[in-house]
Ligand binder design. Sequence first.
Ligand code: SIN
Length: 305
Amino acid sequence: MAVSSLQVNIAGVKLNNPLILASGTAGFGEEISRFYPLENVGAIACKGTTLEPRDGNPPPRIAETPSGIINSVGLENPGADRFINDYLPWLNMQKAVVIANIAGSTQEDYCALAEKFNDTAVDMVEMNISCPNVKSGGLAFGTSCQSVAQITRTVRSHCSKPLIVKLSPNVADIAEIAIAAESEGADALTLINTITAMKIDIQTRRPILRNNIGGLSGPAIFPIAVRMVWQTAAKVKIPVIGAGGISSWQDAVEIMLAGAAAFQIGTANFTDIYTPREVLKGLDEYLEANRLKSVNEIVGGVRAW
Ligand code: SIN
């Protein structure tokens, strides 16, 4: 019987375990709930939601690579009102901890979205300023300290929920971007989103993706996520949520040792829907084997040279 605790606290919100389903890989939870109860995971970060419904980019939108996928979905989603009215009540009935991932083309969009979620049963808001697949907004807000500081400050003043800022790896110095977000009121950070990438069909000479480029996720980017979490967690006081290619319990332990207080599982949900179950089982056994009472004891525990 397990005696170690997997419970973590992110920005005042208690999660039964540190595993969060990454935005864009679990929709709004319905499909995944056919395989296991959503209350088994720490939280679900729902698909990036905009003010109005979006169809996303034209297909093809996914390209497979040897160790991951490149997507250019373009934030297809049903819009904030539909999320709040149709999906959220159901998610609450599942006893899931719900993170609304918000995305917009303008700062005003993000503020209006934050306000919409203030009076809902969403537990946290994850501000996506790192989507590489949209023409306006997205990544454009997330690549300079100045723009990250400005949007965080502005959205913070409209948001009464714990505010997570999801950062892009497509920057020179992620730690300084993280500090900019923290100094303007972010309660937690998620890193990393996808890395801009491209794949070309050598017969047709055309890019596989209709958008030409997209964002690479999956095991290929895991060591980069570990490096960025390690560099960032040492420099901020707020919790860092690790994301990027985590596919096994060993990866989960590794990213927590690098400094992540929790972690997200994304692309691995597509290769094996039961990845979260296996990761939580392995994590629990690791704690037991190392006689640790709480998963929090491994956070930042790397013995760097
Ligand atoms: C997308 O919908 O294009 C992916 C979302 C993201 O990368 O943030």
